[in-house]
Structure formats: C-alpha cells, structure tokens
Design a protein. Structure first.
Length: 110
C-alpha cells in the first residue's frame, strides 16, 4: 500500500550538497537525483552524508530540462541512507525538506 502523500516524479538531474558534522567539519558531495517530490528527493551517490544530518542542496534542473531556467535550492534532513550492502538497489540517500525554492541559475563565470 502506498503511504506517500506527495507524488514523486522521476528526474535525473545533477545535484550538489553539503553538510556539517557535530565537530564542525564541513563536507560536500555530488550525485544524481532519482526522483523528486514537493517535500524531498532521493540522491544517487557514493558520497552520502550520515542519516539525521541537515544538508543544503541544489538540483540543476537546467541540465536535466534545458530551457527550464530554474534550479531547486533547499535545506533538508537525511532520512535514509542506502548502500548495496544494506539492501539498497543503488547507493544514495533520501532527503526530507519542508520547503524548496526555485531560483534562476547563476550565469557561468567568464
């Protein structure tokens, strides 16, 4: 039985994310989205942050949907981390977010 309240959309787009650990160490990673909803997304990556941490992320929609003219930026909590060893199909993690912003991408530096 499906328990999700928000429809998920298949989307393969580049995503950058960063997080800070309790000791103050900053980390960053990159990946590809698997799907996206109004309240979260799943990121396929081998650089997954630990479950429970807060991550800031940016999804490059312009790369996935040329002409979209926007990117998604938000902050959210890592709710689940999967590895092939833990029974996940692909290495990655799920992010839950209360609010996502659509923003115009920054023009490339010249």
């Amino acid at each position: 039985m499906e328990r999700r309240r928000h429809e998920r959309h298949d989307l393969s787009a580049p995503v950058r994310f960063d997080w800070e650990l309790a000791d103050g160490a900053s980390h960053q990673g990159t990946g590809i989205t698997r799907d996206l909803s109004a309240v979260g997304l799943y990121v396929m990556t081998d650089d997954a942050p630990p479950a429970g941490v807060t991550v800031q992320f940016e999804v490059d929609l312009e790369s996935a949907r040329p002409g979209s003219g926007v990117n998604v930026r938000a902050k959210g909590q890592v709710t689940r981390v999967e590895t092939p060893e833990s029974g996940g199909r692909l290495a990655g993690f799920a992010i839950s977010s209360r609010r996502m912003r659509l923003e115009k991408p920054e023009p490339p530096a010249t």
